[in-house]
Every structure is written in structure tokens, then in C-alpha cells.
Design a protein around this ligand. Structure first.
Ligand code: AMP
Length: 273
């Protein structure tokens, strides 16, 4: 595995690749969720590039940019074992310049739900992902369904800007007890982790309700809220695949989303119906 820090070196390696290139952008502190993205990329491409870059422009003032878990050495080992061909670990100054051209997330999709709680977050996401695409120039790029709104925005960016690549969604990887894997789970104390389980449990309950014929969004959300009484729920929303809120669940076209705070840790999760 080649570990590359500069944009120029990555470009040089990219030019020498023959065959298809799969790309997995991450912020590091790698876990089994990231591994699933890497495995999908390896299966479908001749070369797999992983980036680790804690992108400052997607954090709002007061968020956890400084304390975000950084595990460079462990991450390198994980990538090596996973069979990653090239690991790209740029510095902030390699990626950002002064007074640069800026992309903006869509007015609607970029500013509801996560974008409403974290205004400007998705502007930073599209900015960095577009830059990384420009550097890596992948044939396929892999994103987790765990970050459903991010995934839709990136898909839309690829469509709207006519990017010659395919965005590949990957299923959410969970712990045995249902907790969705997240780099931020390390912030949870054992007691908080126990409480956080109510998020995945409420989503599972919601999907059972739907399977048993309950399609009324309000009733489903009420039941979920009751199950999450011990944590601070920011939102429970049921949307279609374009993220428009819906009053009735539509099979094959709905996503149930939750954001909640458990202690100081903010967690998101969802289920695709
Ligand atoms: P992050 O490092 O948190 O920015 O995540 C990098 C990529 O991994 C994003 O596309 C995420 O959606 C994806 N990801 C994070 N957690 C999971 C998970 N539990 N299952 C699947 N993909 C995930």
C-alpha cells in the first residue's frame, strides 16, 4: 500500500493506474462501516483509493473538530490489511487555498434536517468531496447510507455537475446490538452507549410497524419518540427519497431518520423502507 500526502504524488500515482478506480473518502478513525465501503470498492474496481481527511469546513464553530478522533497509525494498518492500494492523507493546506471558488449545497436538500441543525455543514461537504474527486478522479465513489442526506446530496452533485463517475451507496454496518458504527461512538460512556441503543431499537420498531401495515407517519414517530425518552431527540422525520416529509410511509420510497444527543455526543441513524 502506498501512503501519499501530497496532491501531486497522488496525481502521479493516479496517472499510472490501469483499469477502474474506486474511491472511499473518510475522516479516519476507521471502523467496520468504513471497511464495508472499502470491500465494495475492492470488489468492483482494479484499484482502491481511501482518503483520510478531517475536513474543517464541514464542522461548525463549537463542534468537535479539535477533539474528533484521530488514529493515523491504526488507520494505516487497517487499510493495509483491507488491501487498499493507495491511502491519501493530505494536510489542510494541501487541500484549501485562500479566497477560493466555493460550491454550495442545494438550497432545499442542503438546509433541511442535518443542514438545518448544522447550517453550512453540507457546503463544506460538497466543497471537499468535489476537490477529492478532482484529485482522485475515480470511476466509482462509495458512500454510506448511514449518512443518508449526505449521500443524496453527493449523488445530486454528481448529477448536477455531470461528473463522469458513479456514486455507490453502501448499507449501514451495525454492532451486534444494533448500534450503527460511527467514529463518534468512542465519545460514549458505557451508560450512554446503553441509552444510545434506543435509537436503533426505535428504527427497528418503526420498520416492524410498517411491515405490519402501520403507514401513518405521526403514529410511527410518536412510538419512536416514546422509545427514546431517555435521550435528547433532535428530530425524527419520515421522508421520501428526495427528502420531502411524507404523512404516510411509501414502501420502497421512504427513509426514517433520527438525530439525537446522548450526553454531549450527537448521533444520527436511519432506516430505508
Ligand atoms: P466519516 O469518516 O464518518 O466521514 O464516514 C466516511 C464514510 O463512511 C461516509 O460515506 C459514511 O457514510 C460511511 N459510514 C460511516 N459509518 C458507517 C456505517 N456504520 N456503515 C456504513 N457506512 C458508514
Amino acid at each position: 500500500m502506498k501512503v501519499v500526502h501530497s496532491v501531486e504524488d497522488l496525481r502521479q500515482i493516479r496517472r499510472e493506474f490501469q483499469g477502474s478506480v474506486g474511491f472511499v473518502p473518510t475522516m479516519g478513525a476507521l471502523h467496520k462501516g468504513h471497511l464495508a465501503l472499502i470491500q465494495n470498492s475492492k470488489r468492483e474496481n482494479d484499484h482502491t483509493v481511501v482518503s483520510i481527511f478531517v475536513n474543517p469546513t464541514q464542522f461548525l464553530p463549537g463542534e468537535d473538530l479539535d477533539s474528533y478522533p484521530r488514529r493515523e497509525e491504526a488507520d494505516k494498518k487497517i487499510c493495509e490489511i483491507a488491501g487498499v492500494d493507495t491511502l491519501f492523507m493530505p494536510k489542510i493546506s494541501d487541500i484549501y487555498r485562500e479566497d477560493e471558488v466555493k460550491l454550495k449545497a442545494p438550497e432545499y436538500l442542503g438546509y433541511i434536517l442535518e443542514g438545518h441543525r448544522r447550517p453550512g455543514h453540507f457546503d463544506g461537504v460538497v466543497q471537499v468531496v468535489m476537490k477529492l474527486f478532482g484529485i482522485v478522479w475515480p470511476d466509482r465513489a462509495y458512500f454510506g447510507k448511514k449518512d443518508a442526506q449526505q449521500l443524496r446530496i453527493i449523488e445530486k452533485m454528481a448529477e448536477d455537475l455531470f461528473l463522469p463517475l458513479k456514486i455507490v451507496p453502501v448499507e449501514t454496518v451495525r454492532e451486534d446490538d444494533g448500534l450503527a458504527l460511527s467514529s463518534r461512538n468512542v465519545y460514549l460512556s458505557p451508560k450512554e452507549r446503553q441509552k444510545a441503543l434506543s435509537i436503533a431499537r426505535s428504527l427497528k420498531r418503526a420498520s416492524r410497524l410498517v411491515m405490519s401495515g402501520e403507514l401513518d407517519s405521526l403514529k410511527i414517530k410518536d412510538e419512536m419518540q416514546n422509545m427514546m425518552s431517555e435521550i435528547e431527540v433532535e428530530y425524527i422525520e419520515i421522508v421520501d427519497r428526495e427528502f420531502r416529509p411524507i404523512n404516510r410511509v411509501e414502501l420502497q420510497n421512504s427513509i426514517i431518520l433520527v438525530a439525537a444527543r446522548v450526553g454531549k455526543t450527537r448521533l444520527i441513524d436511519n432506516i430505508w423502507i
